[in-house]
Each structure stands twice: as C-alpha cells, then as structure tokens.
Design a protein around this ligand. Structure first.
Ligand code: AMP
Ligand code: MN
Ligand code: MN
Ligand code: MN
Length: 283
C-alpha cells in the first residue's frame, strides 16, 4: 500500500501539445499538482520547447520539474524511444540530436503521406501539417486527420491499418542509431533511460541483448513501468535492470485525458525496495 502511494508522487514520462499530447505544459503541471506529484518530467518527442513553460508552472505549483525529452532512435531498423532526463539547457550534444530529429520528422511526414497515397488514401500531408501546427509532427497527427476525414473509425485503427511500425517499411530506419547518440550523450550530464522496453517487437533474448548494448554504450537506466504495463512484464524488466546494474525510471506516458492513456502519475507499481530508483536524487 505504502509502496504504491509513494509511486504516485513521481511521473518521469509525459507529453504535451508540443509533441503529440493533448494538454499544454501548464495544463499538464496543473494535473500533476492535482495528483500530488512531487517529481515530474515533461518528455515530449524530439522537442525541448515545452520545458520553459513547464518550469514556470512547476515553480508556481511547487513541483520539482526534471528536464526531459523522448528521443526517437533505432537499433538495427527497430524504432526505439530513449528518454533523456536531467540535462542542462546548454547541452549542445542533446540540442543537435533534437534538431536533427526535427528535420527528420518533417521529411518523414512527407514520406508517410506518400505511403498512405500508395495504400489508396488521399494526400493528407497538408492537413497533417495543419493538425500538428507548431507541435512536432508525428504519426498521431496523421491518425487524427484520418479519423476526422472518416477514413478510419479511430486512431487505433489508423495505426493498425496504416501507420503502425509494421506498415512503415523503410521509414523505420530514419532515426539515429544507439551507437550514434548514446556514447556522446553519456559524456554529458544527464540520465539515459530506455523507454518502455516491453513495447518493442523483441524476444526475451533480443531484449536482453538490446539492454546489454545500451548499458555498454553508456545508457544508465531503464523504464521498468510505463502506464498500464502488465505486472509480469514489470517483474521481468526489474530483473533485467538488477542483472545489468541499471537504475530504474517510471512514468505514465500520459498523452491526454481520453484514449488509451494512463492518468498522470499512474503506472503499474514496482518493487522499489529491490531497485535503484533514478528519482531518489530529485526527491
Ligand atoms: P511517431 O512519434 O510519429 O513515431 O508516433 C509515435 C506515437 O504514436 C507514439 O508516441 C504514440 O503516442 C502514438 N501511437 C503509437 N501507437 C498507437 C496506437 N495504436 N494508437 C494511438 N496512438 C499510437
Ligand atoms: Mn506519443
Ligand atoms: Mn514512447
Ligand atoms: Mn512517450
């Protein structure tokens, strides 16, 4: 009981309107306050633009904000997400990776639109760009347009039928590799967290291989609980983190108050006492 109460005061993985979330950074921090969160991170996809507003809101509400970003990366053509936490504003290594990924997102959006045309849909590029507005454009913006245009029933169907990793083909390989980004980032002051490792299409052997490589390259933490993960998966990730001496992170991966997302501050509980939680230094 105490354990789960403790966990609810932390959320190190969330999204705002600066990427594909539904709430502004201020609205998100307000929600975090309602959930009694003490340590919070905004981790938008490939952008740092929400962090200033998040910091202002966090200061007003008395929440410890840990600077964050969720970087798109790849391992042998498998798209992965790496959460970077606790960096300084002046981290040029990180800033240049983020800028490069933003260019990649724009270019990828054009190619996603072409891919959809090949599958018989209208050209949705302009509409997706409008939908994204100043946010980092991604597949969710295409999914929203597809729902609005009546091309699919809901966003999940859009991913199932058109946008999921299986459908992306060569577009899976656009992101920098772990080898390209992890060692350079590891030399800077930050924490490198492999996000939601159970969401990748990997056998247990491959998952262990991935996490071993990640650790050897300089990655130092693993997100052992992310949203509605099933408890067995969380136990497995806990074991791997102990075996490899990795710190652990947790987060809701909140994107919005409706849809498949967990509420801010909620995620499957972890066996904290046997682990090395990243957030202890920020409490
Ligand atoms: P992208 O950043 O363009 O690669 O898009 C990935 C994002 O799409 C993830 O961060 C999720 O927010 C969202 N997403 C992935 N799968 C689904 C799904 N089945 N239904 C709705 N959203 C999804
Ligand atoms: Mn997302
Ligand atoms: Mn992710
Ligand atoms: Mn995320």
């Amino acid at each position: 009981m105490q354990e789960s109460l403790l966990h609810r005061r932390i959320d190190l993985h969330t999204h705002s309107t600066c990427s594909d979330g539904m709430l502004t950074p201020t609205e998100l921090l307000t929600k975090a306050k309602e959930q009694n969160i003490e340590v919070f991170s905004l981790t938008d996809h490939d952008t740092l633009t929400g962090l200033q507003e998040a910091q202002t809101a966090a200061d007003k509400l008395g929440i410890k904000l840990v600077p964050g970003v969720e970087l798109s990366v790849q391992w042998s053509g498998i798209p992965l997400h790496m959460v970077v936490l606790g960096f300084d504003k002046e981290n040029d290594v990180l800033t240049s990776i983020v800028e490069k990924n933003q260019e990649t997102r724009l270019e990828r959006a054009k190619r996603i639109a072409q891919l959809l045309v090949k599958q018989g849909l209208p050209d949705l590029y302009e509409k997706a760009v409008l939908e994204a507005g100043p946010s980092q454009i991604g597949r969710p913006h295409f999914a929203r347009v597809m729902v609005r245009e009546g091309l699919v029933k809901d966003e999940n169907k859009a991913f199932d039928q058109y946008l999921g990793n299986k459908r992306l083909g060569k577009l899976r390989d656009v992101w920098p590799t772990l080898e390209e980004v992890v060692p350079d980032l590891a030399k800077t002051s930050c924490d490198l967290v492999m996000a939601h490792p159970k969401r990748y299409p990997l056998t247990l052997t491959k998952l262990r291989r991935l996490m071993t490589l990640f650790s050897e390259l300089g990655g130092n933490a693993m997100e052992v609980s992310s949203g509605n993960e099933n408890p067995q998966s969380v136990r497995l990730l806990e074991t791997i983190s102990r075996d490899l001496g990795l710190s652990v992170s947790v987060g809701s991966d909140f994107h919005g108050p409706y849809g498949p997302w967990c509420e801010v501050g909620k995620f499957t509980s972890i066996q904290e006492a046997s682990l090395n939680p990243l957030w202890h230094k920020w409490l």
